[in-house]
Design a protein around this ligand. Structure first.
Ligand code: DP6
Length: 340
């Protein structure tokens, strides 16, 4: 029987409230099993042309003589292709289908600038591939496959607020939803201070994390914070979530800075934005908290009613090139719109 299966999916990026940094040394690093449970908010961009989403089409067909993956118009090779195969190979095996695929993916936001572009991309890839291969999996199971492409992608399968259970095997390291996008009031303003591709990938950072003498402390604290953050989301306690996000972000960047070789993702503008957020909270009574992923751009978390005012303040801050305001996004899903 000839194979001709095509499916497309849309997934949103996410911002970690309690971060994934470093992989479990007891497992194959390719499995992306984290050192602690993590928590995130899936993001939906409030501007029409920047929803912070990835749109991916996967086509499996006997007509292809080799696997092809195209991201933002560029054909992937080497490490990039390897990560796509990390997701597709085990799914092809599971479906018992042995033909080549073509994948095409587009992001509507900068890739590899600490904006979790790969989270959205690999979540969309996993959903599209599972659907194309006609495998019946729960969202939690799909998240285990997204994880094989990029750890944080496990969380982007779900909308709203998400808990990634560290787990100790492929099957048990999955993400599940804490609550839907309308059940906890939080938004964010992203202050973009640089759109350049980061020079050191998270992949390298996950490996070097263990060389920081403070890593054990971060793991212990992060584990506690993941559960505290989960509770705070369910208790509708924005202040608590914000405080945890700031603390946990500092722990991660401290590990980065104290690893061998050291990693400094912040630039002077990053710190300027952080200072503005702290000053806004103290002096203007607008409650906002910062968090930064593996890049220089800063997310300022706030209540939805404060987004507009905070955006204006961020735009006035020296070094901020542009801002993107976001609210919690929906679940990732399949779409009838194919990219080819
Ligand atoms: C700092 O390995 O998931 O964003 O490089 O985008 O694949 P990619 O990232 P990944 O590491 C993410 C690290 C983080 C924190 C987090 O999202 O938990």
């Amino acid at each position: 029987m000839s194979v001709n299966m095509k499916s497309s999916a849309i997934a949103h990026s996410n911002i970690a409230i309690v971060k994934y940094w470093g992989r479990s040394p007891s497992h194959d690093p390719k499995m992306n099993i984290p050192l602690n449970d993590t928590v995130s908010m899936t993001k939906y961009g409030l501007m029409k042309d920047t929803r912070l989403q990835a749109h991916t089409t996967v086509h499996l067909s006997d007509d292809y003589s080799k696997d092809i993956a195209i991201l933002g118009g560029e054909t992937l090779t080497g490490k990039g292709m390897e990560r796509i195969l990390n997701v597709i190979e085990p799914l092809r095996e599971r479906a018992n289908i042995d033909c080549r695929f073509k994948m095409m993916s587009e992001n509507d936001f900068p890739t590899q600038a600490g904006m979790a572009s790969s989270a959205a991309g690999f979540a969309a890839l996993a959903i599209a591939a599972v659907d194309a291969l006609n495998i019946n999996l729960s969202k939690e199971e799909i998240s285990t496959y997204a994880r094989l492409g990029s750890g944080s992608a496990a969380r982007s399968i779900h909308g709203g607020f998400v808990f990634w259970n560290q787990g100790d095997s492929h099957e048990t390291s999955y993400a599940k939803q804490i609550c839907g996008p309308d059940e906890f009031d939080m938004g964010a303003v992203i202050a973009i201070v640089s759109e350049e591709k980061k020079s050191i990938t998270s992949d390298i950072g996950h490996e070097s994390a263990r060389t920081s003498p403070f890593n054990k402390v971060r793991i212990k604290k992060s584990q506690e914070q993941a559960w505290e953050a989960r509770k705070a989301v369910l208790d509708n306690d924005f202040s608590k979530v914000g405080k945890i996000a700031e603390e946990n972000c500092k722990y991660m960047h401290f590990i980065m800075m104290t690893s061998d070789p050291p990693l400094f993702y912040w630039n002077p503008d990053t710190l300027r934005v952080i200072k503005t957020i702290q000053r806004t909270r103290k002096e203007e009574g607008l409650e906002c908290y910062f968090t930064v992923d593996a890049g220089p751009n800063v997310h300022s978390l706030c209540r939805s009613e404060d987004i507009y005012e905070l955006q204006k303040l961020m735009e006035k801050t020296e070094g901020v090139k542009k801002t993107i305001s976001v609210k919690p996004g929906d679940d990732s899903c399949t779409t009838e719109k194919h990219l080819f």
